[in-house]
Write a protein that binds this ligand. Structure first.
Ligand code: SF4
Length: 702
């Protein structure tokens, strides 16, 4: 009531996967007041620098305000008719797999649901993938092969309750700041709690840790094989649990035992003996351990194996499904989890079902009344753009993402779009590097203007609520998808008047013929009326109809495999990145604290840009001295795919022989520093996620 009187709207931050609640107030003078929502369980009023600067990144001056065809203003009717006609013609002439949709973790769940329904259900192809492929696809693959489902077992409280918190390939302090603040507060309350950071760089998180292991690139699997072997040596394998609830322990132990030899493990990981031994002892002996992992694990050609190596340790010791214990993936984007829930990846179907599973296809086909439902997985992001390049995909609709800057080998993605006969781009702004390739540009609703839901890293569904009017002719993504679907003859299946109706259908599908064998069930929300949806409080799933909500998955030791047992995998340690005399450095890429993705919003805030104002390359002092590079020199960073000119930052934060460059700066802000143009499009063979953190590179002073 107080909020209503004050005119504040309760909504959710559109940046990272922590999913903080925000109170937004549009004032009469055109400004917006932003505060953390003290009642949102994810943040209890806290916001990080990005969240608190949201009012400065609304960018009303740079909006795409009208549809355009061929760069000229068009009516919505003309643009939608044109898109529908070209998609239909392309399907008719070249088959369903000649069209594709490339979406975004910035989508709201309702947008994602409708996009997936249109493409997989009615266009008859599974060629819908998303920038979430670049973010956490290896976690999805690892979860599914280990747990039988893409389930994040724990909650944020588990991070606070752990006796040992291990961050692997996660700079939580910069990339999920409010969650890190919660961890720091928990450590202040319980000084005995230990924080270990495993990261090749001495990040802001590493500086706060009790122990930092500056691991060699891609050596995480070896380290967790060593950790499993250390558990066996310490007698902390829970054989009774493993025998009752898992399969594959003996094979996994066999694969791990060679790494019981600390010299071998030291060699494989590039770590010093003493800190390595300290970590192994701590990890083996601490029952309440949470292993948090993020892009350093996922963005690897062996990402799925890294995830399995971590899950193996938790499954072998029974440290899962218990308070303060479990593997925990933190997602990059605000709604990567919601995308997973509706099946936004090319190898998924809706509601955590599998497109490769005939029973799941049959169920979804009946629910959607979609006889043309796609029969097999579609192309994953990197392969999707390769198919655009070689003409297999002849029409692509890109929504809410900027692949010309964010895909690996980004110049090749640009060239693919240049050749593509039909490109539609839906975005809120016109000045992204992808927009010039659009034959049709569609103005999308921005954060603050659209209604729907997002799911954060601990499975909590929160409402995003509009508090600003739609500018010009901008429309929400779900509306654009619905209108194209109707024009293609699918009006009956796309009769949703609003986001609430889409959410109800999504919730009903999650419960449809779900006898408890599927993890994702929010059937209790399928009967929300409009007022209930409007007032929906943050809700963690599962939320089955008639059942008590379960906070913790796997507490009963039952997993979502056919026999209910989790699977350990006998993974192999990955090889070190292949360097050559011409490319002697390992290039690591990542985020900085105050920018988001390709900076289309945060790059416009003077306050955020003041943190780190220009693109840079971190280089170790020994390497810098050898190459005659001084701090603040301009350097050219090169890989086999291109070069970038950056400011040298000489620092011991990086390992000798490695470089780090942030991935944010793009054509708008610094055309010479598009880091993803340098990253090779090597992908994990199972997840299809690109390896963005271990590119062979060279460096020279300009
Ligand atoms: Fe937004 Fe993430 Fe910061 Fe929370 S931690 S305010 S969700 S960017």
């Amino acid at each position: 009531d107080t909020l209503a009187e004050a005119g504040a709207t309760r909504t959710t931050c559109p940046y990272c996967g922590v999913g903080c609640g925000v109170l937004a107030t549009a004032r009469g003078d055109g400004t917006v007041r932003i505060e953390g929502d003290p009642e949102h369980p994810a943040n209890l009023g806290r916001l990080c620098s990005k969240g608190s600067a949201l009012a400065e990144t609304l960018i009303p001056d740079r909006r795409l305000l009208h549809p355009e065809i061929g760069g000229r203003r068009a009516t919505w009717d003309a643009a939608l008719d044109h898109v529908a006609a070209r998609l239909a013609e392309t399907v008719a002439a070249h088959g369903p797999d000649s069209v594709a949709l490339y979406a975004s973790g910035q989508f709201l769940t309702e947008d994602y649901y409708l996009a997936n329904k249109l493409v997989k259900g009615f266009l008859g192809t599974a060629n819908i993938d998303t920038n979430s492929r670049l973010c956490m696809a290896s976690t999805v693959a690892g979860h599914k092969r280990g747990l039988g489902s893409d389930t994040v077992p724990g909650t944020y409280e588990d991070l606070e309750e752990a006796d040992l918190l291990v961050l692997v390939g996660s700079n939580l302090a910069w990339c999920h700041p409010v969650l890190f603040q919660r961890v720091q507060a928990a450590r202040a309350r319980r000084p005995a709690m230990r924080l270990v950071v495993i990261d090749p760089r001495e990040t802001a998180s590493a500086r706060e840790a009790d122990l930092h292991l500056p691991i060699r690139a891609d050596a995480d699997t070896a380290l967790f094989l060593g950790a499993l072997a250390a558990m066996e040596a310490a007698g902390t394998i829970d054989r009774a649990y493993a025998e009752a609830h898992t399969q594959g322990l003996d094979e996994a132990l066999l694969a791990a035992r060679p790494f019981a030899d600390i010299e071998r493990l030291r060699h494989a990981t590039g770590l010093e003996r003493e800190p390595l031994a300290r970590f192994l002892d701590l990890y083996a002996r601490t029952g309440k351990t949470v292993t948090v992992f993020s892009q350093g694990v996922n963005q690897s050609a062996a990402g799925t194996d890294k995830v399995s190596a971590i899950l193996n340790c938790h499954l072998a010791s029974g440290r899962i499904g218990r308070p303060g214990a479990g593997p925990f993936s933190v997602t990059g984007q605000p709604n990567a989890m919601g995308g997973r829930e509706v099946g936004g990846l090319a190898n998924q179907l809706a509601a955590h079902m599998e497109i490769g599973d005939p029973a799941h296809r049959d169920l979804v086909r009946r629910f959607w009344r979609a006889p043309a439902l796609a029969q097999r997985p579609g192309l994953k992001a990197v392969d999707l753009f390769r198919a655009v390049a070689d003409g297999r995909v002849r029409a692509i609709w890109i929504m809410g993402t900027n692949p010309v800057d964010s895909l690996p080998e980004a110049d090749a993605a640009a060239e693919a779009l240049r050749r593509c006969p039909f490109v539609v781009v839906s975005d809120i702004v016109r000045d992204t590097d992808t927009m010039p390739f659009a034959h049709v540009a569609l103005p999308a609703a921005a954060w603050g203007e659209k209604d729907g839901t997002v799911t954060n890293s601990e499975r909590r569904i929160s409402r995003q609520r509009a508090f600003l009017p739609l500018p010009g002719e901008a429309r929400p993504d779900w509306w654009q998808l619905r209108e194209v679907a109707r024009r293609m003859g699918f009006a009956e299946a796309f009769d949703h008047p609003d986001a609430a109706a889409i959410f109800r259908e999504h919730a009903a599908l999650s419960a449809f013929e779900n006898d408890g064998t599927r993890d994702f069930d929010i059937g209790a929300l399928a009967t929300l009326d409009d007022a209930g949806y409007a007032a929906l409080a943050p809700t963690r799933w599962p939320a089955p109809a008639g059942g008590a909500p379960t906070t913790r998955f796997f507490a009963d030791g039952r997993f979502y495999t056919p026999d209910g047992r989790a699977r350990l995998h006998a993974v192999r340690a990955a090889a070190a990145p292949a360097l050559t005399p011409e490319r002697p450095f390992v290039l690591n890429t990542g985020r900085i604290r105050d920018q988001w993705h390709t900076m289309t919003r945060t790059g416009r805030s003077a306050r955020l840009s003041a943190h780190l104002a220009e693109p840079f390359c971190e280089i170790h002092p020994i390497d810098a001295a050898r190459l005659g590079i001084a701090d603040a020199d301009l350097v050219e960073l090169s890989t086999d795919h291109g070069g970038a000119v950056l400011r040298a930052l000489v620092t011991e934060r990086v390992r000798e022989g490695t470089l780090f460059a942030p991935m944010h700066w793009t054509g708008q802000f610094s055309g010479a520093a598009r880091i993803n143009a340098l990253v090779p499009a090597h992908t994990d063979p199972i997840s299809g996620q690109p390896a963005s953190k271990a590119a062979p590179a060279s460096l020279r002073r300009v």
